[in-house]
Design a protein around this ligand. Structure first.
Ligand code: SF4
Length: 248
């Protein structure tokens, strides 16, 4: 299979089955999404969504957060990973947002990356989700899944993955394509137990045979330990949930 055939097959499947994929973070405006994405580093979207309602109620605008210290923000995000650093970043980010951007999240990726706590991935997420920019945010799921499927070859950094994906995926699909890979990595092609036997894109995947047998071996070993019958074949293609924007 050529690389072009692999991309064509996978893009075709996702276009048909997950046309409206979107972020699972809850937000009502660009400021809230920016805060949520900063909080989501090394943390699940589910945990972030449990945390942000109280945070946004206390700090409804960038101006409210800009007046707060990190110590005042900390109690609202204490259940998130790295709360100390994130509280400092949120306070500093909100101050810069107000001092230099009039309290509006900038649409320019490079300008966004000047904000404390905002790296390339975060800026690309905001750009893609809020403004539909033709960019490819690369998080841990995208980095892993793109290499595993064979869409990306030899990438050592998220930036290399980003550039390879942007070279092959039609520009107008980039804003939705990163959600395809994130959701696929989160619910089907998981890090430790990819569900290859239920995967809709397995016929184009470079790893499916190898990983399927690895996963099956792990399952059999687990079953032997727990005496569970694994002889029943599994079926049904899994289609990751394509959630719509904010459900708040
Ligand atoms: S076939 Fe397996 S390894 Fe390939 S994308 Fe699907 S779940 Fe991942």
């Amino acid at each position: 299979m050529t690389l072009a055939q692999r991309y064509d097959g996978i893009i075709g499947w996702f276009s048909e089955n997950m046309a409206s994929a979107d972020t699972e973070l809850h937000f009502d405006n660009p400021y809230q999404l920016l805060v949520a994405v900063i909080l989501s580093a090394q943390c699940t979207d589910k945990r972030v969504n449990l945390t942000t309602p109280a945070l946004f109620e206390r700090f409804p605008t960038p101006h409210d957060m800009a007046q707060a210290s990190a110590e005042q923000i900390f109690p609202y995000i204490r259940s998130i990973s790295y709360p100390n650093n994130k509280a400092k970043n949120l306070a500093a980010m909100a101050r810069m947002l107000c001092d230099e951007f009039g309290g509006e999240v900038p649409s320019d990726i490079e300008q966004m990356m000047r904000l404390p706590g905002v790296g390339r991935k975060t800026a690309n997420v905001i750009g893609a989700v809020v403004w539909g920019k033709e960019v490819m945010p690369v998080d841990t799921h995208v980095f892993r899944v793109a290499a595993r499927i064979g869409l990306v070859r030899g990438a050592k950094t998220p930036r290399q993955t980003e550039l390879q994906l942007e070279r092959h995926i039609p520009s107008h699909l980039l804003p939705v394509a990163h959600h395809w890979l994130i959701l696929h990595g989160r619910y089907v092609c998981t890090a430790r137990s990819p569900k290859c036997d239920k995967c809709g894109i397995r016929e184009w995947c470079a790893s499916q045979g190898k990983l399927a047998s690895t996963a099956q071996n792990r399952k059999v070993a687990t079953a032997r330990r727990t005496k569970i019958d694994t002889t029943k074949p599994e079926s049904n293609t899994v289609k990751p949930t394509a959630n719509r924007r904010s459900t708040r």
